[in-house]
Design a protein. Structure first.
Length: 195
């Protein structure tokens, strides 16, 4: 089944079209390339402020369950959750809003971030320096015929793996700090023993 049969796919907002030339009462956070990490996490601290000349159409703001996809390298998909709702989606991204009775957004994020799909995207990217993929490419993207339960299993395993990797990264950081302190203490102890 093609993605456009079970999802609405839209390009983000061209920011210059709605940008206010003067400070505005309509402040929005905007998703930037810098704010979306290659692992799919959004760094909220990296979101930029955007003053709009008029109230933005809600279709350009993130909603819980949206899949937002970066249209340039490294072609990263992210899942919008409650804490990342209401962010302006710029034209550097596409937003995919799936029919959740047929396609789970958690599964779609995993699928779009797989090496196999990223290879397909690379092959279909434009030949300019940025290597952008058009949002229209997603319309013809074939979704494997998995039931919702099968999609849920894949998405759950992916979420657990991601949590474990994040925990291991945090453990590595803590171990590095621990061993640095331990080595410094040993060094100080040796030096103090000589005086």
């Amino acid at each position: 089944m093609k993605l456009n049969q079970i999802a609405i796919i839209k390009s983000g907002l061209v920011l210059s079209r709605k940008l206010s030339k003067l400070p505005s009462q309509l402040h929005y956070p905007v998703l930037t390339l810098r704010a979306l990490r290659p692992n799919g996490d959004i760094e909220v601290e990296q979101l930029e402020a955007y003053d709009a000349s008029e109230e933005l159409n809600p279709e350009y703001l993130t909603k819980n369950g949206d899949v937002v996809f970066r249209l340039s390298v490294p072609y990263t998909a992210t899942l919008i959750r409650n804490h990342t709702q209401g962010i302006v989606i710029s034209s550097n991204f596409a937003v995919i809003r799936s029919d959740r009775q047929k396609l789970l957004p958690e599964y779609l994020v995993w699928l779009l971030n797989t090496p196999k799909v990223k290879r397909q995207i690379y092959e279909n990217a434009t030949s300019n320096m940025l290597g952008s993929v058009r949002a229209t490419w997603f319309a013809a993207f074939e979704i494997p015929p998995l039931s919702l339960e099968e999609q849920r299993k894949v998405a759950t395993l992916h979420a657990l793996a991601k949590q474990e990797i994040q925990a291991l990264v945090q453990l590595t950081r803590e171990k590095e700090k621990y061993y640095a302190r331990l080595t410094e203490n040993l060094h100080e102890s040796i030096l103090n023993g000589r005086t």
